[in-house]
Design a protein around this ligand. Structure first.
Ligand code: ATP
Ligand code: MG
Length: 692
């Protein structure tokens, strides 16, 4: 069936990352490029802050928490600010000593442990006074070995190290300041991205709807409504996610990884190289993930499209399914499709389930390696404790973007699929329209050898020619499916004939400005469509000049006034979605009132009285008489009783005009019209038949 196939169209999916699509998507970013630029700059700022955070911890450990001074034995001062203690012994700040020198000194056993140096003006001097035997007085202050402090109370030790405590406080304040900066930068970034994203979505929805408004009926016919709705809502949202959650963050992640690697190499090149060994397996894993995630995603989308199609079809056909007692069969078919979708989703779950934890295992392996290798480095003194702690943070930061990658990839994939569908819709050609204006309409219609098919060569109209003079009233009759409504569709320019010409007032309608043409015609269509809103709005239909009085007069003329008055809120009654609270006949009457209100020169009635009872029909008939007076009218009718007062009848059969003339002429001819007439009036009550 048709709708089914249409849903299946969604199965055609392109590449996960398509440069052509990206370039087009970029077009929507252009107006907001400034915002994105700022977001990128903020990303760089955030990266810098993130990278500096572990460095603060490192500084706190290496410069504050570990006693800063060491005593080394050497011939000459090992650093420029070394303080000479005795002959051959120097007090040195551990951090000042180049690593290579410290390593060789330690290997030779020339380092004597860690010391604190308390300046005479420090608060610690008072503790020194209380324990004079523990400290050695030198020119720079009082010296004490780390190991000699064990006898002191916690309070005394804190006093002794007041400068270190103060430095620690500064570091913590610095840390808080950085966190605040980070918060502000992130806030700004999220705000900018979301703002730009919302603007882009706003623009895209506008573009899509404006485009749909101008699409030819021939295209819209083939579209399930749900699909077009999805284009303008879900698909746009999927693209938005890409802008707000992927684009800038991918760059930020790349910056972060580059920064982390640079710092790692600076801190310890060998350790950094060792960690780089994780690169190749990670790359392989990522490629594996990419391929399987894409396949799983496509499979899932295919199955989802099938599920959607089946659900949509079943729900709209539910009365039929229930009437024919097909519930069980329908349920079984649904189960099959449902299971397929479930399996496809599970496949995707497994792929993601493998990727995330594997990355996490790798990260923990890297940490283990770090603790082993780095810990040994700390023990052997080639590596500071602070650097080791900082390294663990950096390893986490290095792996984080990788674990986030799967989510980003998913978003990117959906966005690509969505943009492909959106662009396909936007690439549909708009309804062609001429530009010749039509200031006043006389109401003359001419069809000249018109051939038309909705599809290929399935001719629905086969060489139709007729002429309707201004002010003439013509009825179009013929069996179901003979092409009556199609003629109306062509007259309104909803479709273009493949061959032949349609002239209005002598102008080919393909050259006319369609909008102007349509404004001057009014149609009472076969299936009356009401918009959500109240009765008054539905009759007025965007004609702002029309007063409520005018609306009422139109309703009276159409014989619908009585019906409206019976509604709970009269003209203000909400008709609900598609006129759900009105009967089919009532809807049709409203639709006639609408045509009356429009006051057109040329009016087309497609089965205007098909769904009303005989009494109402008589009423409507009268209304139509008044409506048609002085206008050109083309009335399509199944019930031949409604066409007694027309000037001429066109009889259509299988897309050809087979008879033409007044009712009397055609009856006398005893052709198709006569046969139809006989059929209808034979089935009516004798009374009704008699008065014809
Ligand atoms: P009825 O009296 O039942 O309203 P009609 O004379 O108005 O019939 P049309 O609606 O013009 O008939 O349809 C003529 C033929 O064109 C039918 O065979 C129908 O199946 C086909 N047709 C109508 N609309 C479409 C469409 N949108 N796409 C494809 N085929 C269509
Ligand atoms: Mg029809």
């Amino acid at each position: 069936m048709r709708p089914h196939q249409d849903y299946l169209e969604e199965e055609r999916l392109g590449k996960a990352l398509d440069v052509r699509l990206l370039r087009r998507l970029l077009g929507y970013v252009r107006p907001y490029w400034g915002l994105f630029l700022v977001a990128f700059l903020l990303a760089a700022g955030i990266t810098l802050v993130e990278l500096s955070l572990p460095y603060i911890t490192k500084t706190a450990i290496d410069y504050v928490l570990i006693p800063p001074w060491i005593v080394v034995r050497a011939e000459s001062p090992p650093t420029s600010d070394a303080i000479k203690l005795d002959e051959g012994r120097f007090l040195v700040r551990a951090q000042e000593l180049p690593r290579s020198i410290r390593e060789s000194l330690e290997e030779e056993g020339k380092v004597e442990g860690r010391y604190f140096l308390i300046a005479p003006e420090d608060p610690g001097a008072e503790v020194v006074a209380r324990h004079p035997d523990l400290f050695r007085t030198i020119s720079a202050g009082y010296l004490v070995a780390e190991t000699d402090l064990e006898g002191l109370s916690a309070g005394e030790r804190l006093t002794l190290q007041a400068p270190a405590v103060r430095t620690l406080l500064y570091l913590v304040l610095g840390l808080l300041a950085l966190l605040l900066v980070r918060f502000l930068l992130s806030y700004g970034q999220v705000y900018l991205l979301q703002y730009a994203g919302q603007r882009i979505m706003f623009d895209m929805r506008r573009t899509i709807f404006r485009h749909v408004l101008h699409l030819p009926m021939g295209f819209l016919d083939r579209q399930p409504v749900g699909r077009l709705v999805t284009r303008a809502t879900n698909d746009v949202a999927a693209i938005n996610e890409m802008y707000t959650q992927v684009v800038v963050y991918l760059v930020q992640d790349a910056l972060m990884m580059a920064g982390v690697l640079a710092i790692m190499f600076r801190l310890n090149a060998r350790l950094a190289l060792l960690l780089l060994a994780f690169g190749p397996p990670l790359l392989v894993l990522t490629f594996w993930f990419r391929r399987h995630a894409r396949d799983a995603y496509r499979e899932a989308r295919r199955k989802l499209a099938r599920l959607n199609a089946y659900l949509a079809e079943s729900i709209s056909g539910m009365p039929i399914i229930q009437l024919f007692r097909q519930e069980l069969r329908s349920f079984r078919a649904f189960q099959e499709i449902n299971r397929g979708y479930y399996r496809a989703q599970m496949r995707s779950v497994i792929v993601y389930g493998i990727f995330g934890p594997t990355i996490s295992v790798m990260r923990n392996l890297a940490l283990a390696l770090l603790i082993w290798y780095g810990g040994r480095g700390v023990l052997s003194g080639v590596f500071t404790l602070g650097a080791l702690v900082a390294f663990t943070s950096y390893v986490r930061m290095l792996f984080q973007p990788l674990s986030d990658l799967s989510d980003k990839y998913n978003i990117l994939q959906s966005a690509m699929a969505a943009s492909e569908r959106i662009f396909k819709l936007l690439d549909e050609k708009e309804e062609p329209t001429g530009s010749r204006p039509l200031p006043t309409l006389r109401g003359e219609i001419e069809f000249k050898d018109v051939w038309f098919a909705y599809h290929d060569e399935d001719w629905v109209l086969k060489g139709i020619s007729f002429h309707i003079a201004p002010g003439e009233r013509v009825a179009l009759v013929g069996p179901t499916g003979s092409g009556k409504s199609t003629i109306v569709n062509l007259l309104f320019g909803f479709y273009r004939p493949q061959r032949g010409k349609i002239l209005v007032d002598g102008h080919d309608i393909s050259e006319l400005d369609l909008a102007q043409l349509r404004r001057k015609l009014a149609v009472v269509p076969q299936d009356a469509f009401l918009f959500s809103g109240n009765v008054e709005e539905n009759i007025r239909l965007w004609q702002e000049k029309l007063s409520l009085d005018g609306v009422r007069r139109a309703a009276e003329a159409a014989g619908v006034h009585g019906v409206v008055k019976r509604l709970p809120e009269g003209y203000s009654t909400d008709v609900r979605e598609r006129g759900g609270r009105l009967s089919v006949g009532e809807r049709q009457l409203l639709s006639i009132a609408r045509a009356v209100a429009a006051d057109p020169k040329l009016i087309v009635l497609d089965e205007a009285t098909a769904n009303v009872d005989s009494h109402t029909e008589a009423q409507v008939q009268e209304a139509l008489e008044r409506l048609m007076a002085g206008r050109t009218a083309l009335a399509i009718a199944h019930r031949l009783s409604t066409i007694r007062n027309v000037d001429r009848v066109l009889v259509l059969s299988e897309g050809r005009l087979v008879e033409e003339g007044t009712v009397e002429e055609l009856l006398a001819k005893k052709g198709l019209f006569w046969a139809l007439w006989q059929l209808q009036f034979a089935s009516l009550s004798p009374a009704e038949g008699a008065d014809s």
